[in-house]
Ligand binder design. Structure first.
Ligand SMILES: NC(=O)c1ccc[n+]([C@@H]2O[C@H](COP(=O)([O-])OP(=O)(O)OC[C@H]3O[C@@H](n4cnc5c(N)ncnc54)[C@H](OP(=O)(O)O)[C@@H]3O)[C@@H](O)[C@H]2O)c1
Length: 268
């Protein structure tokens, strides 16, 4: 059965593109719908194999439906397909605000959650796979196989999703902020090297450091190898120790609070 993506904004379009470019081909037809037509036209221009239609047409054509709209648009999107949804559909939410119990109460579908990451744009990183009410082992195996065409896949429980999302899905943005601030500080100290050059130096360093664990050198060993007690790296690490643990705790706390508030406001 075909796979449908309702909503081709940042995440929906990224997933559609990644799957259509996957090295292990996706045998199923891929369908997409979106509230505004331009985003679909743009995708079709680049990916002529993509089928597009209304939300209703997707519900008729596809056995698996990925709901890739924002939480505030979820009720409306579901309203448009509700009469067509049956137990034959596997309905996949990509939002932590949409609780699977509520999705299963509102529809007759088998349900699951997938938290994607922008890193799938380059066929990397980790997708989180979360079983929901009525999902079967076959559904989870099917989703795992699909996601592994574009990422590593980690199955977790919905209750673990906030912390895991903060790592694999918010991660690219957190890392980008960390790296751009790092480049900006270097530029402030040494402006005769351009900011673009500093950014390229930072990202090349991050890329190579990220490969070291594959050579058997983990984070702890990197610290030992690079930092000599009493040296300059050591001093820099002391400066980081003064702020980093508290910063990450605050990131975890605030994202959790924000998710709670959005869940309270969420209506289906
Ligand atoms: N961005 C990330 O890295 C990321 C990662 C993991 C999960 N998520 C989750 O993914 C969800 C979508 O996020 P996003 O960043 O992709 O948002 P986005 O860029 O705003 O995309 C949402 C898309 O949904 C479309 N839409 C709204 N109502 C619709 C309807 N009734 N029928 C069909 N399409 C409809 C919108 O169409 P228009 O063109 O009319 O606006 C828009 O293109 C959110 O719940 C977010 O939390 C995002």
């Amino acid at each position: 059965m075909a796979i449908g993506f309702i909503g081709t904004g940042k995440m929906g379009a990224m997933l559609v593109r990644a799957l259509l470019r996957a090295e292990r081909p996706v045998e199923e037809e891929i369908w997409a719908s979106n509230r505004s037509q331009e985003k679909l036209d743009d995708l079709r221009l680049h990916y002529p194999r993509l089928r597009t239609g209304s939300n209703g047409e997707l519900a008729e054509a596809c056995g698996t439906l990925f709901l890739c709209v924002r939480p505030g648009d979820t009720a409306q999107a579901l309203e448009e397909v509700r009469p067509l949804l049956t137990r034959r559909h596997l309905l996949v939410s990509i939002s932590n605000v949409v609780e699977l119990e509520r999705l299963a109460e509102a529809t007759p579908c088998r349900t699951a959650k997938v938290i994607p990451s922008f890193t799938q744009f380059v066929h990397g990183g980790v997708s989180l796979l979360i079983p929901g009410p009525r999902s079967t082992d076959a559904d989870l195996a099917y989703l795992r196989d699909l996601l592994e065409k574009v990422s590593r896949t980690e199955q977790i429980e919905e209750s673990q999703s906030r912390a895991a999302t903060n790592v694999v899905s918010c991660g690219p943005a957190f890392l980008a902020r960390f790296c751009t601030e790092w480049a900006a500080a270097a530029y402030e100290m040494q402006p005769d090297i351009s900011l673009e050059q500093w950014e390229s130096l930072v990202w090349d360093t991050v890329r190579a450091a990220a490969d070291l664990p594959r050579a058997g050198i983990d984070g702890r060993e990197m610290l030992e190898e690079v930092s000599t007690p009493g040296g300059m790296t050591y001093e820099g690490l002391l400066a980081m120790d003064a702020v980093l643990p508290e910063m990450w705790r605050e990131v975890m706390r605030r994202t959790t609070e924000r998710e709670k508030a959005l869940k309270l406001a969420f209506q289906l």
